[in-house]
Design a protein around this ligand. Structure first.
Ligand code: HEM
Length: 466
């Protein structure tokens, strides 16, 4: 039987396939199909066969064990190729390996720790812009915050001069991929007003980056990507080593701006919303960060298991990247099925993180599922302790940052940023929920469909900005 090794029939419409279900609510569609049909399930989009993969063992094989039999493939390139070009996010094979090796050191612990001051300083500025009793949109605030941190980490002191060009481009990129706007579905080359603005701003950003690169070359770039002061310095040094050509250098600056700003903003938004919604756990995190000797430094985060659990649980329940893609370069056997070369595989943190087989009460925000006692009566974050992770979930039941050699290069940066921001904010304010229920939409990332409102209460009278 030719079909015996293919995953269950998707049951969609002729030609359209499952397009209508995906377009109306992709997140529920992934969740439902995974719950109904298990770890590997087929769906069709305009006659293209795609498989949704939610079995942690199969995910591990794709991302780790057999990673070199898979490429990112055409889906992300079709969506993002015009924007990210041949930068790290989309590069494949040898070109990807060379870039990743050259940039790795920029994300080592000490380098990421050096961004800590900027992460705290911008969070202080956010807190001081909030008035006691005000209702604020934490999505807007988190977006502003993550932009400021990333722009500074990318360009260092050059950001002072170039802030507006970078901000305008970042905004245009976010709008271009906003699936609640009908225009986002139109091809990039159509001369709609939104597309014209997008191209104009992106061209200005690329031009600015080229100028900055020329300045830095003239000043003498660092000889080692690991010793640069900012991400652009890393890229220039990597180019000097021959790991990137000049177009790839610019593509990578845009890649960092795109990959590192909205995702972090969303992670922070959901963590703040979840904490507002669970006052008892928020009080626990607040007590933990209030006990620190001043605003947090990266090294203090080890003493903050509840804060870490709050972030990890928010990234479980609302993973900013709801799904990403791979294609096998040759036929592979996966979860008992034969998967032909070139089929689009959709790997969905969203669906896996909400699977009742791995997570008790999966739809609830329960940060203490990440905590346990260390035997001396101390509460610790389970994943920081030796031995198996909390509970007996398989490794790939949780993968908000992807996995294997192509896991998110900004993971340490983002986890540090989210925790430093929350610690700095909660040392000053208490959050009360106003938005009763989140409604989400699956754009390129998992975005809130509406403002996410919380009420600010200064901890001791007026908001303390010190
Ligand atoms: C909470 C925040 C973040 C989340 C949830 C997130 C998630 C992810 C995921 C799931 C991937 C893997 C995609 C795939 O395998 O197809 C990825 C890759 C990537 N991320 Fe992040 N990310 C975050 C923050 C950042 C930051 C702050 C940066 C940069 C400073 C960054 C830069 C990148 C890059 C360059 C890649 C491609 C890596 C490669 O292919 O070698 N991300 N991210």
């Amino acid at each position: 039987m030719a079909d015996a090794t293919r995953p269950p029939d998707p049951g969609g419409l002729p030609v359209l396939g499952n397009v209508h279900e995906l377009a109306s609510d992709a997140l529920r569609f992934y969740e439902r199909r995974s719950a109904e049909h298990g770890g590997i399930v087929r769906y069709d989009v305009f006659g293209t066969e795609s498989y949704l993969v939610t079995d942690p063992k199969a995910l591990r094989r794709i991302l780790v064990e057999d990673h070199d039999r898979f490429v990112k493939g055409r889906m992300p390139r079709e969506q993002l190729g015009g924007l990210l070009g041949d930068g790290l996010f989309l590069a494949e094979g040898g070109a990807w390996r060379e870039q990743r090796t050259a940039m790795r050191s920029a994300f080592f612990r000490e380098r990421v720790a050096a961004y800590g001051d900027s992460m705290v300083e911008h969070a202080r500025a956010t807190a001081s812009s909030w008035e006691d009793g005000a209702v604020v949109d934490v999505h807007a605030a988190a977006t502003e915050y993550a932009f400021a941190v990333l722009a500074e980490s990318l360009l260092g002191s050059d950001i002072e001069r170039e802030r507006e060009t970078v901000r305008a481009a970042a905004e245009a990129i976010t709008d271009r991929f906003d699936m609640s706007r009908v225009t986002s579905f139109l091809p990039e080359w159509l001369p709609t007003p939104a597309n014209r603005r997008y191209h104009r701003r992106l061209d200005a950003l690329r031009e600015t980056i080229r100028d900055l690169v020329a300045d830095r070359r003239a000043a003498g770039p660092p000889s080692d990507p690991g010793t640069a002061d900012d991400l652009l310095g890393t890229l220039v040094a990597a180019a000097e080593l021959g790991a990137l050509d000049d177009d790839e250098l610019v593509d990578n600056a845009v890649t960092f701006l795109f990959a590192g700003h909205e995702t972090s903003a969303l992670g922070l938004t959901y963590a703040l919303y979840c904490l507002a919604d669970t006052p008892e756990f928020q009080a626990r995190v607040r007590a933990e960060v209030a006990a620190l000797d001043g605003d947090p430094a990266p090294a203090d985060l080890r003493e903050c298991p509840a804060l870490t659990a709050a972030v990890d649980e928010a990234l479980r329940l609302y993973p900013p990247v709801h799904s990403f893609f791979r294609e096998p370069i040759e036929p592979v056997d996966l979860g008992g099925y034969r998967v032909p070369a070139g089929v689009v595989l959709t790997l969905s943190p969203w669906a896996v993180h909400r699977d009742g087989r791995w997570w008790a009460d999966p739809e609830a925000y329960r940060p203490d599922r990440w905590l346990r006692e260390d035997g001396n009566g101390e509460v610790i974050h389970g994943d920081d302790a030796p031995g198996p992770a909390v509970g007996d979930r398989p490794e790939y039941a949780y993968f908000p940052f992807g996995g294997g050699p192509r896991h998110c290069i900004g993971m340490r940066f983002a986890r540090q940023e989210l925790r430093l921001a929350i610690a700095t904010l909660l040392r000053r304010v208490r959050l009360e929920p106003v938005t009763a229920e989140l409604s989400l939409q699956a754009s390129a990332n998992t975005r809130p469909a509406h403002p996410v409102r919380v009420r600010i209460h200064a901890r001791n009278g007026p908001v303390d900005t010190g």
